[in-house]
Design a protein around this ligand. Structure first.
Ligand code: NAP
Length: 297
């Protein structure tokens, strides 16, 4: 059996088109959506990513402002910027580009973003809402993984799901969202004694580690749905490099029923989920202004 590819590019295009339709509707009523991104330290990769992000936003009618701070910016300076944006009524969404210079604590800074404007779903309040199954804004990569799984039409209720990797940004929130869907979830991490023992039981296997070829054919149950979150650059023999995931794609696709490619799977869907969350932030703010909705502390 050769697995069907889950086409993240095409699914992401559908999500973006839906977001665009709603953004246009809101604009017609005079409500604009503005994503404010903060980049600390100027690297070519960071600036290119921010530039592409700006293009992606504007293509669907979302305004995009980038604030660039020097790599020497203090915690108070970055924190002050995030607080200012949180209090600016014209800004409907905020994101802090990572990685940050070593002297800055990303988690402490993410605390400073208004939870309703936190389009990446990284403020602890938002993780807490996911935990209590009252999701306000969930982390984009976790939402992307769930959307990709659900695009296969599988019923997650009672399904054996295994998540490999337990980071705050990927593995843990993915596990929480799968539990919300009533899957039976196992989370594997660096201390897991016998990885194969767990992964080969999985009807749904999500891998978010950052190690090429960690998951091979022997790790995978026949007919499993495999979602590869990993992004790794590896060298080819001729000295060029390419992007691969954590799953040995060619051999695993012979056992799985569905598999995400890397690139072209979780990555583009994560970008689409950021735009969807940006729309959600704007809609939540409007509901709060109309007093239909209250954030509970
Ligand atoms: P991370 O913070 O380094 O977390 C990796 C997780 O994997 C940790 O929980 C780690 O455990 C665990 N781990 C390490 N080696 C393991 C092993 N041999 N077996 C089982 N678990 C192991 O990385 P991350 O931010 O979650 O990212 C993971 C990968 O996903 C990276 O390749 C990243 O580039 C990619 N990513 C992709 C997207 C996307 O949009 N496609 C988004 C986010 C991340 P310990 O912490 O205990 O060592």
């Amino acid at each position: 059996m050769s697995a069907k590819l889950i086409d993240g590019v095409s699914l992401a295009a559908t999500v973006k088109s839906q977001v665009r339709t709603r953004v246009v509707e809101l604009a017609a009523r005079g409500q604009s959506i503005r994503l404010a991104a903060v980049l600390v330290g100027s690297t070519a990769a960071g600036e290119l990513y921010a530039q592409r992000q700006g293009e992606g936003c504007r293509a669907i009618g979302i305004d995009y402002d980038l604030t660039t701070l020097p790599a020497t910016a203090t915690f108070a300076e970055v924190s002050g910027t995030l607080k200012r944006l949180s209090n600016d009524p014209a800004v409907t969404g905020i994101m802090l580009h990572l990685p940050l210079p070593a002297h800055l604590d990303a988690t402490e800074l993410q605390y400073q973003i208004d939870p309703v404007k936190d389009v990446e779903g990284v403020n602890p309040a938002n993780i807490g809402y996911v935990f209590y199954a009252h999701t306000l804004i969930a982390p984009c990569t976790a939402l992307a993984a769930l959307e990709l799984i659900q695009s296969t039409g599988t019923n997650l209720r009672g399904a054996e799901a295994v998540v490999v990797g337990a980071s705050q940004i990927a593995g843990k929130p993915i596990a929480l969202l799968l539990m919300q869907q009533m899957a039976t979830v196992t989370v594997c991490h660096i201390a897991t004694r016998d990885l194969v023992e767990h992964t080969r039981r999985a009807e749904v296997l999500v891998v978010a580690v950052g190690k090429p070829d960690l998951i091979r054919a022997e790790h995978v149950r026949d007919g499993a749905i495999v979602i590869d979150v990993g992004i790794n650059r590896v060298k080819n023999r001729d000295g060029t490099s390419r992007t691969v995931g954590d799953v040995a794609f060619e051999q695993v696709r012979e056992k799985a029923s569905f598999i995400t490619p890397v690139p072209g799977g979780v990555g583009p869907m994560t970008v689409a989920m950021l735009l969807k969350n940006t729309l959600r932030s704007a809609e939540l703010l409007r509901e709060i202004q109309n007093s239909k909705f209250k954030i509970q502390n």
